[in-house]
Design a protein around this ligand. Structure first.
Ligand code: ADP
Ligand code: MG
Length: 323
């Protein structure tokens, strides 16, 4: 069982950013509206994620660290209907097998919670502890017992880069959630929640960028699009910053990126790139999110209609602004 967890850990926990990803996605699945992430030394010495979500029932705390002990999928349920981010029940046992974990969680507002300490997959403490509703998860000394894995870690700056990239993506795709990210005590991200996407754009890209954004709004029979696009004369000189979100989930799509770039075609000065946050809503049957295990790549069943619609909506917004 322990060996199985460490093997699974190799797949789930590639680097500190993978731990942040799994913990943040659990917090989102738990319905959190506030998620705070603290990291030290690129996440290698410490990662702490707190949320105000549902918490874990004291009786379920220990089993949450067993393999495939997910609470999110019941037998026979169609995998394609899954709306939660995690459903395999592999993250917690994997993380706990390669680090020192401390979990404090509570389901209610009566102050009664549970505290667990697990080191290298071994349960050390499981006791009642005072806690407010939600979950406080600390992961210390990641890979301390798998030196081969530790050796593959890059610089603190590189590992932090992966963490902040991920947090920016989550903030942009979840403007309804208040996120903070701190590294060695320094604040790298603070969003306010409440659905203010422009505030998130300001928090991620700076207020100057946010001021140069124009809102996007459009609807067809099958699709609804919203978000923000940068004015053609206010574009970035470095790599393009396109965020695409489908039904509330961050995704990567080559065809959508192409459609966006086509909309800017001829308007963009040479060597400049747009800043775009595109949110799409469509019936779940029109998008297959399980093409890729990391659930970032998707396939659209009405791809041609969708890309034409996106291109047209952005083109209209831009030309309106230019005229
Ligand atoms: P999965 O997310 O695939 O279900 P995990 O190993 O990530 O599996 O988590 C195991 C279980 O622990 C989850 O199904 C959930 O019931 C519980 N859990 C984990 N993190 C949280 C959290 N932050 N808030 C509430 N419940 C949580
Ligand atoms: Mg999970």
């Amino acid at each position: 069982e322990h060996v199985a967890n460490q093997i699974a850990a190799g797949e789930v926990v590639e680097r500190p950013a993978s731990v942040v990803k799994e913990l943040v996605e659990n917090a989102i699945d738990a319905g959190a509206t506030k998620i705070d992430v603290w990291t030290e030394e690129g996440g290698l010495s410490s990662i702490r994620v707190t949320d105000n979500g549902s918490g874990i029932d004291p009786e379920d705390c220990e089993t949450a660290f067993y393999r495939h002990a997910t609470s999110k999928i019941s037998g026979g349920r169609d995998l394609f209907q899954i709306t939660s981010l995690g459903f395999r029940g592999e993250a917690l046992p994997s993380i706990a097998s390669v680090s020192k974990v401390e979990l404090v969680t509570a389901c209610g507002e009566d102050g009664a919670g549970q505290r667990l300490v697990i080191e290298g997959g071994t349960l050390k403490v499981n006791e009642e502890a005072p806690a407010s509703r939600g979950t406080d998860f600390r992961v210390r000394e990641l890979f301390y017992n798998t030196p081969a894995r530790l050796k593959y870690m890059k610089t603190i700056q590189t590992e932090l880069g992966h963490i902040s990239d991920y947090m920016y993506r989550m903030a942009l795709s979840h403007p309804e959630i208040a996120f903070t990210l701190k590294h060695n005590g320094n604040s790298l991200l603070q969003t306010l929640g409440g659905g203010d996407l422009l505030q998130v754009i300001a928090a991620v890209y700076g207020t100057t960028s946010a001021k140069a954004m124009i809102p996007l709004e459009g609807e067809s029979l099958d699709f609804a699009v919203s978000g923000f696009v940068s004015l053609p004369d206010f574009t970035r000189s470095n790599r393009s910053a396109i965020t695409t979100v489908v039904n509330g989930r961050y995704i990567r799509s080559h065809v959508l990126n192409q459609a966006i770039m086509k909309a800017y075609h001829t308007l963009l000065p040479v060597g400049r790139h747009p800043l775009v946050v595109l949110r799409l809503a469509m019936h779940p049957s029109l998008v297959d999110v399980n093409v890729h295990p990391a659930k970032l790549e998707v396939r659209f069943s009405k791809e041609a209609e969708l890309t034409a619609f996106v291109e047209e909506t952005i083109r209209a917004a831009l030309s309106h602004e230019v005229l």
